[in-house]
Write a protein of this length. Structure first.
Lengths: 154, 233
């Protein structure tokens, strides 16, 4: 059981802030405009893919099976796969492919978001693993589409 | 040549895990959809035969959403007493009309009680025929189904399980009180007959096998037979 409302809030909405802040940051910098579009498409596609997969798998959330109160919101759809993990890893991988240091920092944040969802008993670890897999593969797919033009900076 | 082919298909190789997951999802969904319809003769699965109300069972899960067990259900202690009717207990019988979604309790030839009920959904129908109550239990936890049909309902009150030669006792069909919905008169259940909880209490005390003071569970026997239940369309 998590007592602090701040952590509950972060477990619920942290990923939204992460995605919006990173997209805003990338958009604000002219040199990162291409990264912005990459990140934009990646997050949109990951969201659609994971919501469709949720609807297909229809797995009950752990808190529903274990009969406990969840410690985070945004848990109305089915459990598998985790859209939170998917979105966080998608945008972090995208950034890591273009700007290594910031990307690694974001990947660590994504892992924290994912672990928080497990701790709040709204996800099983396997939901997180497959959510992250979807995020990373979608990011890599879009990366190869514009591989020629991108420049790696650290 | 092969290098060129590889270069063009390389981006799409990343889609393999996603496509694979979609395929697994379709397969998985097909399995749950077909098994819940075809292989779900067990209705209100339970393996808790203590009859004791579990005060920690405050949250239930039914039809894709969470439900809270009302405090009345948890608060009522073992209050069941035998009710003396006009006729002999052996003359009492219960009629369940599936097409009307109504239950009538008959005391010989006179109507004792009539109520709307919720029987099994088309995928998990309530069996028809003539049955006898084989067990009464004050409260129990029911869990079963899969995927979106998964349910986990603690402290289901006033359960009266029925069976006959064709529908074995172990399948768990019964009449019981309901706190997770109040759409009586429409089909809602996984095969059991859902009753409004106060009605379930009245019936529970009215039907046989007779409970002795303080008993939370009783099985029908030759000396203490269960009430007849007739279920028809």
């Amino acid at each position: 059981m998590i007592e602090q409302p701040l952590i509950v809030f972060l477990n619920t909405n942290g990923v939204i802030f992460l995605v919006l802040l990173v997209l805003g940051f990338l958009y604000s910098r002219k040199s990162d405009r291409e990264v912005f579009w990459h990140a934009f498409f990646v997050t949109t596609v990951t969201l659609i893919v994971s919501v469709l997969l949720k609807e297909l798998f229809a797995r009950p959330r752990p808190f529903e099976v274990q009969m406990v109160e969840p410690d985070a919101g945004l848990a109305l759809l089915s459990s598998f796969p985790s859209a939170h993990a998917g979105l966080a890893f998608a945008i972090s991988t995208t950034v890591a492919l273009h700007r290594r240091r910031l990307g690694i920092f974001l990947l660590v944040l994504s892992a924290l978001i994912a672990l928080g969802r497990v701790a709040a008993s709204v996800h099983y670890p396997s939901d997180i693993a497959f959510g992250a897999l979807i995020g990373v593969t979608v990011a890599l797919f879009f990366d190869t589409m514009h591989a020629k033009r991108r420049k790696l900076r650290s | 040549m092969t290098k060129k082919v590889y270069k063009t298909i390389r981006p799409y190789l990343y889609l393999i895990p996603v496509v694979f997951l979609f395929a697994m999802g379709v397969l998985w969904r097909t399995t749950i959809e077909t098994t819940t319809v075809a292989a779900s003769p067990s209705a209100c699965e339970t393996n808790d035969y203590s009859g004791i109300i579990d005060p920690s069972g405050r949250l239930g899960y039914w039809s894709g959403s969470q439900v809270t067990v009302p405090t009345e259900v948890l608060a009522t202690e073992n209050d069941a007493t035998a009710v003396l009717g006009m006729a002999e207990p052996s003359e009492r019988w219960i009629e369940v009309d599936l097409s009307d979604q109504r239950l009538r309790a008959w005391d010989g030839g006179t109507l004792y009680l009539e109520t709307p009920v919720s029987s099994g959904l088309p995928g998990t129908p309530t069996p028809t025929g003539e049955f006898r109550i084989w067990m009464k239990i004050r409260a129990t936890k029911m869990e079963g189904g899969e995927g979106r049909y998964y349910y986990n309902l603690p402290n289901v009150p006033y359960v009266m399980f029925f069976s006959n030669e064709d529908v074995a006792a172990g399948l768990g069909y019964g009449l019981h009180g309901t706190y997770w919905h109040s759409d009586f008169g429409t089909q809602r259940s996984h095969g059991c007959v859902n009753l409004p909880t106060p009605i379930a209490k009245t019936l529970y005390e009215w039907v046989t096998p007779v409970l002795t003071e303080g008993q939370r569970i009783v099985r029908a026997s030759e000396e203490n037979p269960g009430t007849r239940i007739v279920i028809h369309d």
